[in-house]
Ligand binder design. Structure first.
Ligand code: ADP
Ligand code: MG
Length: 624
């Protein structure tokens, strides 16, 4: 957990992403911003159910019961903020509660006889976020930075302030969502001005914003200046549409699926579940209870991509409009930032990168990045020193896991950023067609003692003997502290990559502790690392010697073969022990046994035509 609460100010300012679909609250600790609500941070669905007797239910529970209690439940209230009932009639379909005309013709909802305004609904969500923050910070929370879409007009911004006031929060700043996303990435800390696009695909809305970030010095202002050049989007386009398209795909495959009307909502919910599961795998199966009984439904990545394709196309035409409005060409953009839960779809990310012809910023969770940026803005408003957030060195070393749980470090602690490092690896098994790259941070020699930053798989390698593929792993830390890791298999050209922000969530205490431990355990770690390395090399040696021996056994002296096989079984026994628990193995004895085998095996290699295959100095990431 983060800094003890006594280092927090008495009157902390939090950052709030009040979303159409989901809302979050974050706070900027000394180590950087973090979403509040437990270890992972709470994502609160922006759904409120008004119960009889004045009680309310907010969040996941209200969302689950939404179909059942449609008339008393309001979702997506944000669409109605500061709008008249007449203006908003078009997006009231599927709302649940009935849209009515409130004071001054403004939109309001009839929730079982009671009339509530969108501000009141939003206030319930804000109250929930406020209490999450108070529980975690151990302080009363009275002030917040709240984000709104860049296209929100004055009435909509004012309605947002009013909602905060109703919840007992002063909205000390209203910040544009794309600006918050840029702040979360620390963009704008460069000396020169930057031009960025923020692509935000949420649950039910899509926005793209072109921004200029002018550094304080150049702008002649006290702070960096975020200037919106153009916005475009579609207020009825988002992840919900993807869910509906998937449900339609299932229905097309089997028209018997949708016998009863309420089955449609269940199918759409199952579609969302399948869609989210596909973030981790290529195919999935979900089961759903329909009126006809339990059904199991399969969905592949290719089917999902096909269902989403027309929606993704629509977002790209909005991007084109924004570029035209801003009077610029995609090539003039310095960066593209992805925001919103739906940008987790790999087809969305790929389409955006193709359209803008550059890799997108994806290191921060796209559904958290706005809240994190709001927290950064809150820290600036609070006058917390901004340079605390600016990291110009890598606080702890960065590396990847190799076979056996050892760490190969690529970027050393205290390297200045930006920085780049590459290293060559190979595979450990014959015919291996995938490799898992596990990115870790820390000073210790073993993965289990380091902090895991992320994993990704390099798939589709052509099968080759162990040690033959040439994997090149590149670490690139840009000036904003964003780490991109790319793995390429040189022979086949296959590549895969990931982005992370290595500094997020690490407190100064953690950095200190990890550094201290690395010194305390240095000797023990080195020994373990050595045993693991010995094992990896010895296993490859055994394999190659075994192969060579099988080929040329007949040409060798029988006494030599007996001696060689004895040495092999000695080394094999030590490898097996090291695989069970490297701590039980005497590294020096292992080294001597391997050394003896090395010398002895020279003859068999000499005789064997496979001599050239004998390799050394390779370490291998584990199989995916
Ligand atoms: P908003 O800003 O509109 O409140 P979010 O940014 O929270 O919305 O995005 C919510 C959307 O993200 C939902 O449609 C949800 O299904 C989608 N989503 C969340 N996780 C994933 C995922 N792993 N893959 C695809 N879509 C996802
Ligand atoms: Mg959002």
């Amino acid at each position: 957990m983060d800094a003890p609460s006594d280092t927090l100010p008495a009157d902390p300012i939090v950052g709030i992403d009040l979303g159409t679909t989901n809302s979050l609250v974050a706070y900027c600790f000394e180590s950087g911003p973090r979403v509040l609500g437990g270890e992972l941070g709470a994502i609160v669905p922006s759904v409120v159910r008004f119960l009889e007797g004045g009680e309310v239910e907010v969040g996941a529970g209200a969302r689950l019961g939404r179909a059942q209690h449609a008339a008393s439940t309001v979702a997506s209230a944000k669409r109605f903020m500061g709008r008249t009932a007449a203006e908003s009639a078009s997006f009231a379909e599927g709302l649940g509660a009935r849209l009515v005309e409130g004071p001054r013709g403004l939109a309001a909802f009839d929730v079982g006889g009671r009339v509530v305004t969108p501000q009141q609904v939003a206030a319930e969500v804000l109250r929930e976020l406020k209490s999450i923050a108070e529980r975690e910070l151990g302080r009363q929370v009275r002030r917040a930075v709240v984000t709104v879409p860049a296209y929100f007009d004055d009435a909509q911004r004012q309605a947002t302030r009013d909602a905060a006031r109703l919840a007992g929060l002063e909205a000390v700043r209203i910040v544009n969502e794309p600006t918050a996303a840029a702040l979360a990435y620390g963009l704008g800390q460069a000396r020169r001005s930057e031009r960025i696009a923020v692509y935000d695909l949420g649950g039910g809305t899509f926005d793209v914003t072109i921004l200029d970030i002018v550094p304080a010095g150049e702008a002649g202002t006290g702070a960096d200046c975020f200037q919106v050049l153009a916005t475009a989007g579609d207020t009825a386009l988002g992840g919900d549409d993807v869910d509906r398209a998937v449900a339609a795909h299932w229905f097309g495959r089997d028209p018997a699926l949708q016998q009863a009307r309420q089955d449609h909502a269940l199918l759409v919910a199952a579609a969302e579940e399948a869609k989210i599961a596909l973030a981790e795998r290529d195919a999935t199966e979900v089961s759903v209870w329909l009126s006809g009984g339990r059904r199991s439904l399969s969905l592949s990545r290719a089917e999902l991509d096909a269902a989403a394709a027309p929606l993704v196309e629509r977002t790209l035409s909005a991007c084109q409009r924004a570029l035209v409005d801003a009077g610029i060409h995609a090539s003039e953009l310095d960066r593209v930032v992805l925001v919103g839960g739906s940008t987790r779809l790999s087809c969305v990310r790929a389409a955006v990168e193709r359209f803008f012809a550059k890799p997108a910023y994806t290191a921060l969770d796209p559904d958290r990045v706005v809240a994190l940026g709001a927290a950064v803005q809150a820290a600036i408003v609070a006058g917390a020193r901004r340079d605390l957030l600016l990291l110009d060195v890598i606080p702890l070393s960065l590396g990847i896991e190799t076979v056996g749980g050892a760490v190969a470090k690529l970027v050393m602690r205290n390297s200045p950023i930006p920085t780049r490092a590459t290293e060559r690896f190979s595979t450990s098994k014959d015919g291996q067609t995938s490799v898992r790259i596990h990115v870790v941070q820390g000073e210790r020699e073993l993965v289990e003692h380091c902090r895991s930053l992320g994993r990704f798989d390099l798939r589709g390698l052509p099968p080759m003997p162990a040690g033959i593929p040439q994997l090149e792993v590149e670490f690139l830390v840009d000036q904003n502290g964003v780490l991109s890791v790319k793995a390429v298999e040189k022979r086949s050209g296959r590549e895969a990559s990931i982005q992370v922000v290595p500094t997020y969530g690490l407190t100064q205490d953690e950095v200190d502790r990890m550094e201290r431990e690395s010194v305390e355990h240095a000797r023990e770690d080195m020994t373990l690392h050595r045993v693991i390395d010995l094992r990896i090399h010895a296993e490859l040696d055994l394999k190659w010697i075994g192969e060579a021996l099988a080929r040329v056994r007949g040409e060798l002296d029988a006494a030599y073969v007996v001696e060689l096989e004895r040495a092999m079984s000695d080394v094999r026994g030590r490898c097996e022990a090291a695989a069970r628990d490297p701590r039980t193995v005497d590294a020096d004895a292992f080294y001597r046994a391997k050394q003896a085998l090395d010398v002895l095996s020279m003859r068999v290699h000499e005789v064997s035509i496979a001599r050239s295959l004998r390799g050394a100095g390779v370490s291998q990431p584990p199989e995916a």
